[in-house]
Ligand binder design. Structure first.
Ligand code: NDP
Length: 485
């Protein structure tokens, strides 16, 4: 044994008897149950995995900070958005549909989940690399995800069921346009934008309310793989995105994003031309121009992937004074489902793990439960006369707003220009270049040409895209050899 190295121990810190040999009856004999050290090793190994995330399982991330360079105090009193504020953060990137070992470079949206360690507790913003989403009501979320993951019978991803869902739920068209474009195969996490996607409320110190959308624009420039290059990269390195980020930060190439917000006065929402809470829609820049407010930098790799990334728990319900939820139905669903999944996946005390715990003291009346590291002391109830913590409701002044109506199960009320195809059409007609359009059609054709996609489904695929653009639908028809193609 070399003198410099520490002595191996059990997890209780007791010096281990051997690094190599189990305790046996003679060198060739059976093993003994009293070999606590080996039994602890085997038992711990059996428990190394927590359940992987049902969505966004494969990911990576890094620590960094956000600096606010502009004065937006007229819109929010949130401390992390005051000019000059610098807030530490964790950013986790991910793909959506694959499992923990899935290749990084396959076609998929990418998660862009932020945890800001603010002086008012943790603020989480759980976004994607696209400004919109496939559905607008959380009752469809598990159905949608099931269609993107594996079949029950043969355990295969199945493009037929993906197109079945998308063509039946036409609000998907905007997000599927992003997904099938080359933005569906980003070159790296450093080279993609992030979007908060949902609409949130900001409240200023005077109690005035605004609606807000967040944009994080990559300063490295947007860079995507073509479908063919993504395939080639997948064959070369399944962990390319994790490696790219980790190596860049190790080489002190710290990626940055310009932080922007679109701000809508509270009163505009009622008759804005699009329903501003519909997650399948953007707010056109011409209506609400993005305002630069600061910069986000990643400068530190995790030292312990499991402790800091796998156990990182983001929840859109973590909102700090000055920021509140909107009536976006998908956001409302996620306010519940994220903390719920963490309680199941990591345990009820996930907020006490170092990566998740706030950098400010917690004064809560919650206590006990599996794997609790510490309680907050007495008194353990409120109200009390024992000097326990008490809430300050004035911190949330201004967040309230009136809502009335029948209790119904119904789609959103349509605003003047709401329809499922208008915004993807604007993307196709006004934003994509000729090369982007050709690649989009080619990517759709490749995706819908897999053997499991039926002839009848191909006809539906063509119709779906003809509703976005006749030109695009005709090109897809040509590529698939159906429906007049
Ligand atoms: P604008 O012309 O003002 O903005 C279009 C935006 O599209 C760009 O600023 C850019 O935003 C983004 N974009 C550029 N190239 C691509 C691409 N190849 N694939 C996807 N997005 C790209 O138009 P509008 O604001 O009126 O929006 C028109 C359409 O653009 C929308 O229907 C939507 O599909 C798409 N879009 C709009 C965004 C918004 O928040 N308004 C954001 C992203 C896309 P960025 O810098 O964010 O990439």
């Amino acid at each position: 044994m070399t003198d410099q190295r520490p002595i191996t121990t059990t997890d209780a810190g007791i010096p281990a008897p051997s690094d190599h040999d189990s305790l046996s009856v003679g060198p060739n004999g059976p093993l003994l149950l009293q070999d606590h050290y080996v039994i602890q090793k085997m038992a711990q190994f059996n428990r190394e995995r927590v359940p992987e995330r049902v969505v966004h399982a494969k990911g990576g991330g890094a620590f960094g900070f956000m600096e606010i360079t502009e004065d937006v105090s007229q819109f929010t009193k949130a401390k992390l958005f005051q000019k000059g504020a610098r807030t530490d953060l964790l950013l986790r990137f991910s793909s959506v549909a694959g499992e923990l070992g899935f290749p990084d470079t396959v076609r998929d949206p990418r998660g862009f989940a932020l945890k800001f360690y603010t002086e008012d507790g943790n603020y989480d913003l759980v976004g994607n690399n696209t400004p919109v989403f496939f559905i607008r009501d959380p009752s469809k979320f598990s159905d949608f995800i099931h269609s993107q993951k594996r079949r029950s019978d043969n355990h295969l991803h199945d493009h037929n069921m993906q197109w079945d869902f998308w063509t039946l739920r036409t609000e998907s068209a905007h997000q599927v346009t992003f997904l099938m474009s080359d933005r569906g195969t980003p070159y790296s996490w450093r080279h993609m934008n992030g979007y908060g996607s949902h609409t949130f409320m900001w409240v200023n110190a005077g109690g005035e309310k605004y609606w807000v959308k967040y944009h994080f624009k990559t300063d490295q420039g947007v860079k995507n793989f073509t479908d063919a290059d993504a395939g080639a990269q997948t064959a070369l390195d399944r962990d390319f995105h994790i490696r790219d980020l980790s190596y860049a930060i190790n080489a002190s190439e710290h990626p940055t994003w310009t932080v922007q917000v679109q701000v809508m006065p509270f009163e505009h929402a009622a008759d804005y031309r699009f329903n501003p809470f519909d997650l399948t829609k953007v707010w056109p820049h011409s209506d609400y121009p993005p305002i630069n407010i600061g910069r986000l930098t990643l400068n530190r790799n995790p030292e312990d992937y499991f402790a800091q990334i796998e156990q990182a728990a983001f929840e859109p319900a973590n909102l700090v004074p000055g920021i509140a939820a909107s009536p976006d139905k998908m956001l409302q669903g996620r306010l519940f489902s994220y903390p719920d999944t963490h309680r199941y996946r990591i345990g009820p005390n996930y907020l006490q793990l170092p990566v998740n715990r706030p950098k400010v003291p917690v004064h809560s009346y919650n206590k006990d439960g599996a794997m609790r590291y510490e309680n907050y002391g007495d008194p353990v109830y409120a109200p009390n006369t024992a000097g326990g913590p008490q809430a300050d409701p004035s911190l949330y002044d201004g967040e309230s707003y009136g809502v009335t109506g029948e209790i119904v199960r119904a789609a959103y009320t349509l605003h003047a220009e709401d329809d499922d195809y208008g915004q993807p059409r604007a993307l196709y007609d006004n934003v994509l270049s000729d090369t982007d359009r050709a690649n989009l059609a080619g990517n759709i054709v490749g995706h819908a040409s897999r053997p499991e996609v039926t002839a009848e489904m191909k006809v539906r695929v063509v119709e779906y895209w003809r509703n976005v653009s006749k030109d695009l639908g005709d090109n897809v028809a040509k590529g698939l050899g159906v429906n007049g193609g």
